[in-house]
Design a protein around this ligand. Sequence first.
Ligand SMILES: Cc1cc2nc3c(=O)[nH]c(=O)nc-3n(C[C@H](O)[C@H](O)[C@H](O)COP(=O)(O)OP(=O)(O)OC[C@H]3O[C@@H](n4cnc5c(N)ncnc54)[C@H](O)[C@@H]3O)c2cc1C
Length: 566
Amino acid sequence: MAVYEHDVLVVGGGLAGMRAAIAAQQLGADVAMVSKVHPVRSHSNAAQGGINGPGVGEDGGPWEEHAYETTKASDYLGDQDAITILAQEGGREVLQAEHWGVVFSRKPDGHLAVRRFGGMGKARTFFVGAITGQAILHVLYEQLMHPARFQAMRMYEEWFVTSLIVVDGQCRGCVALNIRTGELHAITAKATIICTGGLGRVYEPSTNALICTGDGIAQAYRAGAPIMDMEMVQIHPTSLKGSGVLITEGARGEGAYLLNKDGERFMTKYAPNMMELASRDVVTRAEQTEIDEGRGVDGCVFLDLRHLGEQLIKERLEEIYEIARDLVNVDLTKELLPILPGVHYIMGGIKTDIDGLTPLPGLYSAGEAACVSVHGANRVGANSLLDTLVFGRRAAEHAVPWLRDQKFARVPDSVVEDDRRMIRGILDRSQNGDRVAKIRRDMGTSMSANVGIFRSPDKLNQQVQNLTELRARYDAVGIDDKGCVFNTDLLFHIELGCMLDCAEMITRSAIERTESRGAHTRLDYPERNDAEWLKHIVLTRQQDGSEKMSYLPVTITEWQPQERKY
Ligand SMILES: Cc1cc2nc3c(=O)[nH]c(=O)nc-3n(C[C@H](O)[C@H](O)[C@H](O)COP(=O)(O)OP(=O)(O)OC[C@H]3O[C@@H](n4cnc5c(N)ncnc54)[C@H](O)[C@@H]3O)c2cc1C
């Protein structure tokens, strides 16, 4: 076993991790990044639609407008101090990305082009065709690797973090498995920044990559860091029939319609002003209502792009044109696309302050894994990429000055031993006829059925029981591959354990919140209840393994809660 030492350890190579690593390098820290996949294969790569740019020229619009719309979309659960920072500093991040070389789409006059996203009063979303995430991620990676600008950074590529190291009440790095060799190592650090992304695959179907399994959230929870707003799961209005692949909101941003089986633009009934570009939770509920009341076809409604014309579709929405053609044999220029709501994003996560710091000293988090909270009960489209850049940078900017006074702690061998024993336990278990993949699927489909768009006490309680059974099956299931080189069987097993932790946290929080707010709709409590529930639900694992549920007030600075209409 080798022990590695770094000032800053960034866990995750998506946009939040890259932005944090660049900022930490610029401040002269010795930085390491660990990622279970090659960094540019992170889910950030899949972001299609765009990034909001408050304050970027006239099109970005005043930051106050963006902050208000983000607050309103959050159903007033977002913390307004954090939202203000997102809006004030976000524009600078978009421009920085452009200056680093992101080839944003442009208008004929050369200015950056914008499209309108849901929940926003105006078009303020900057984009690179329908590959915005990929374009930014590759440019950040270039910056990170550029020898002329930055000192070399240690990249633990295809290393899988199995747990966080906590010694004397402080986070000291992580234990990680080198996937190529199967060896476990301690990577110690003065500051650890968790940027492990979301957990979309806790549900099936999902728009998320297969690697979005909530590892960092579960590991932070196990290490004693508080986890907040887990009941707030975003279900995106447009995922593709069958596979669940995302169809970007950029399509509606460019003017696509939603139709039911009678060809009616049903959003007239639900959000007459903003129609298809109402907030995501509103559109999702509208679609599901149409489907449930028999106005869908095969569990879907339709996205209609035909009137946008071939040139616009192929220039600005080329990727979804290809997805529709290749996956469901639909020509978007001539035909309707069957779509349905699909699980997309977790608004909750590791609770941090506005500098990414968690209450566990030495532990930071940013990006989808974190809950700052800027998204509250419902995230505005194109705000997540912005969140990764703003708070990834801020986490590093806080961590580096702080760690200058810190010393490396001696990490006991037992931290690695514990994980080695956990892995040995999995490898030694004999096959019992059950499969990790089957448990994972049963978890995903039951989460969608019982903790999805419309939630009822019967279904939520049913899911508590399902999860108890799934946990028992998980504890008993073995794997086929007993080897140590690229043992993906083993990784899937460990990931499933993290997903079950997350599924349990989501379900417990959803039971607790007896009101409807944003993405959380309780059929037995259909109204928002500010008197009792204008607060965050926080889950913390105690040292004895029990869980404490507590509450935190929502930070309100400018915008008092109002009735939310679109
Ligand atoms: C299909 C799709 C389209 C989207 N489109 C948009 C959009 O247009 N605009 C927008 O604002 N948002 C969009 N989003 C949301 C946004 O892309 C994500 O929330 C954001 O990119 C998350 O970035 P991140 O850096 O937090 O995590 P990710 O990009 O998910 O990166 C997570 C990193 O953590 C690493 N990791 C995880 N677990 C471990 C472990 N155990 N050990 C080691 N490494 C680990 C992974 O290897 C990876 O490098 C979209 C999301 C999806 C799924």
